[in-house]
Write a protein that binds this ligand. Structure first.
Ligand code: IPE
Ligand code: IPE
Ligand code: MG
Length: 243
């Protein structure tokens, strides 16, 4: 491999995380109900998984529903849960065929039982797959996740299984639901908003952020490649001196 190729290889993001935003605005702009935007958003998920496989991305994490999204009108929450149910029923067999490992992070206790069992089935079925690790964040909040780890570690200390001075960044990270996946290299947010809305607060400490104006239902391979190109031009230093 030529040295420049090797450099490109090294720079290519291993883990891409996406805040999929703008379904509602996509629908409103067309005079359609928000739910149509969410339906088209599900199609964009399909395209993005496909493109990630083609591009050889190892890990793709998608923010599907935040812990704060429970505050939305009940009908919208029901629509989103219905869409999730349909996605789990219709997509998993194909994802498995393509070698995708499927996993979910977030507070499952708030999801309906049948959805939780569909998720568990999908995770069991695809556990050995290696082509792409697809993680969907559902009922997920970064602060909620961090508070959960603090609770677990505090309980271990109370039981005498851990000393406070043993709580390091590494121990903390090992207790996150994302313990077995690398931190995102690239975080993309669609829809033009420039905030992270409580997504992967711990894990994105050194991610490169790319904000695209595209509304999520219009997202596909071209936009993913555009974000990766932008990522490749960034100089990641992790606090070290410029070399
Ligand atoms: C993203 O689109 C999907 C979810 C947050 C579930 P939105 O529904 O937030 O769409 P906008 O931001 O209102 O356009
Ligand atoms: C973030 O989008 C959550 C998801 C994409 C699932 P929101 O639309 O909920 O975020 P805010 O309200 O604009 O910050
Ligand atoms: Mg939004």
């Amino acid at each position: 491999m030529a040295e420049s190729d090797a450099r490109e290889q090294k720079k290519h993001p291993r883990h891409v995380a996406i805040i999929m935003d703008g379904n509602g605005r996509w629908a409103s702009a067309r005079g359609l109900p928000r739910t149509v935007g969410h339906q088209r958003g599900a199609e964009a998920v399909r395209r993005t998984v496909e493109a990630s496989l083609e591009l050889g991305i190892g890990y793709l994490t998608l923010f599907g529903f935040s812990s704060e999204n429970w505050k939305r009108p009940k009908t919208e929450v029901l629509d989103l849960m219905g869409l999730l149910r349909r996605y789990l029923k219709s997509e998993i067999a194909e994802l498995h065929e393509k070698g995708v490992r499927f996993r979910v992070i977030g507070d499952r206790a708030r999801l309906d039982d049948d959805i939780v069992s569909l998720i568990e089935q999908a995770e069991r079925l695809t556990v050995g797959n290696r082509a792409l690790v697809l993680t969907i964040a559902l009922s997920y909040g970064g602060r909620d996740e961090i508070a959960g780890v603090a609770r677990r570690l505090a309980a271990m200390v109370a039981e005498g299984a851990l000393r406070p001075d043993q709580i390091s960044e590494q121990v903390f990270a090992e207790n996150l639901e994302t313990a077995d996946i690398p931190d995102p290299d690239l975080l993309i947010r669609t829809s033009g908003e420039k905030r992270i809305s409580n997504f992967m607060l711990w894990q994105c400490a050194y991610s490169e952020y790319v904000f695209l104006p595209t509304l999520w239902p219009d997202f596909g391979k071209d936009q993913l490649v555009e974000a990766i190109d932008e990522f490749c031009q960034r100089d990641r230093r992790f606090g070290a001196a410029v070399g």
